[in-house]
Design a protein around this ligand. Structure first.
Ligand SMILES: [Zn+2]
Length: 280
């Protein structure tokens, strides 16, 4: 479905070799090793990485040392590569991240077309297409937690990952970028507000109207990531609270889950991690 190719301005990346339909599982990969996300003791982290590397095959080691290191001379090369490329493992151990030789090749886009999700049940990281991807298009995930406005995205990417993002979203003409920033700020505002609104006795019908505004903003902005599932999960719970089963069923389906015991299970997406990629 994809191949490792040169991508202008980014080095190497995964590029679709054929048309990939939305929802397709592109990759399911076990980590070659796990590493704590706690970087408070660099010496221990370095020792863990060195020990784990000894266990890898010659081929795996070669693939590991072919990965990017954004830390330059600040660390040993192996620690720099591990810190640059580790992806978060959600589930039983949220403080843990994993080193993936294939998934680590996927570059960032603020308007990413794929989503990384740690699947605790199978012990593998899965990558799914969030939208249809044409042959020749690069497959991208987001390294950030959520999508903030242009200035904040650029700051965070520069600070944490040492690059200036020139993705589709960051390259929009100024007027369009400002409209995008406006939508993203509103989405973030609703996301922050909705929980406390209900907690403080806000009317469910008003909450559903607010969520409808949010769904429209997602669509206008072209966002198809896990935030939509989470918002539908909120809508499901509100409808259930109103004994509105037909609507609850619709929301549950759109959330991508099946209602069970008046709850709908939706995997929390890595996009909400404090840091979506990297150690520390
Ligand atoms: Zn960007």
């Amino acid at each position: 479905m994809y191949e490792l190719n040169d991508v202008p301005g980014k080095g190497k990346g995964l590029v679709a070799a054929e048309r990939i339909v939305k929802g397709t599982r592109l990759l399911s990969e076990a980590p070659v090793f796990r590493v704590s996300r706690d970087n408070s003791n660099i010496k221990i982290l370095k020792a863990i990485v060195e020990t784990e590397l000894q266990r890898l095959t010659v081929g795996q080691k070669a693939a590991f040392f072919d990965l990017t290191n954004i830390y330059g001379d600040a660390h040993s090369n192996s620690l720099g590569i591990a810190r640059t490329n580790a992806l978060p493992l959600e589930g039983s151990n949220k403080a843990s991240s994993g080193l993936f030789l294939e998934a680590s090749r996927i570059n960032h886009s603020c308007r990413h077309n794929a989503q990384n999700t740690w699947n605790e049940n199978i012990g593998e990281l899965t990558i799914h297409a969030l939208r249809d991807i044409d042959a020749g298009q690069e497959i991208t995930i987001s390294y950030l937690a959520g999508t903030s406005d242009f200035v904040e995205r650029q700051l965070r990417l520069k600070e944490t990952f040492k690059f200036t993002c020139k993705c589709e979203l960051c390259s929009l003409p100024l007027a369009k970028r400002q409209l995008s920033d406006d939508r993203l700020t509103k989405i973030q505002g609703i996301d922050n507000l909705i929980g406390s609104f209900l907690w403080n006795g806000g009317k469910p019908v008003v909450a559903l109207n607010i969520l409808r505004i949010m769904f429209d903003l997602f669509e206008e902005e072209g966002i198809w990531d896990g935030r939509i599932a989470r918002a539908y999960k909120d809508a499901f719970e509100i409808a259930m609270g109103q004994n509105d089963s037909p609507r609850a069923q619709v929301f549950a389906t759109r959330a991508g889950g099946q209602p069970y015991n008046n709850k709908v299970e939706v995997l929390r997406q890595p996009a909400f991690c404090t840091t979506a990629r990297g150690v520390g």
